[in-house]
Design a protein around this ligand. Structure first.
Ligand code: ZN
Length: 135
């Protein structure tokens, strides 16, 4: 009798799952700390359990396409937030008056453009999307 391979069918762990589990753990810790408050701690632990179950269901999911697209959207959103709040301001300080930094609306890649060129058409090197940026 042949053994069934379960690992082939499962989706597995990705960045979104790690984030969900970390969020669940953080909410659980806050829930334990605030468990003396009426219902608040218990409600937080309930939300933490929801995220943990969601992560575990994604690991065991057989719908790989759906999980993969969820993970791509998650990583694109995280990249966008990191670029907007951390990388772009830092690069803008470093680039000074010479360069303007823009974020691709399709894939959130950060691009450096020369300043003072007016409205120019830009092609993203990562996803090939063309868009107009003000420099
Ligand atoms: Zn792009």
């Amino acid at each position: 009798m042949r053994k069934k391979s379960f690992t082939k069918e499962k989706y597995g762990i990705d960045e979104y799952n790690v984030f969900l589990l970390a969020l669940a753990a953080a909410l659980m810790i806050i829930g334990v700390i605030t468990s003396r408050e009426r219902y608040f701690g218990v409600a937080l632990m309930g939300v933490a359990l929801f995220f943990a179950v969601k992560a575990l269901l994604r690991v065991k999911s057989k719908d790989s396409d759906k999980c993969r697209s969820q993970n791509e959207k998650f990583t694109r959103d995280v990249r966008y937030l990191l670029n907007v709040f951390f990388v772009k301001p830092f690069c803008a300080l470093k680039g000074g008056r010479k360069y303007k930094y823009v974020i691709c609306p399709e894939c959130s890649t950060l691009m450096r453009l020369p300043k003072g060129e007016g409205h120019i058409e830009v092609r993203c090197p990562a996803c090939e999307k063309k868009f107009v940026a003000k420099t």
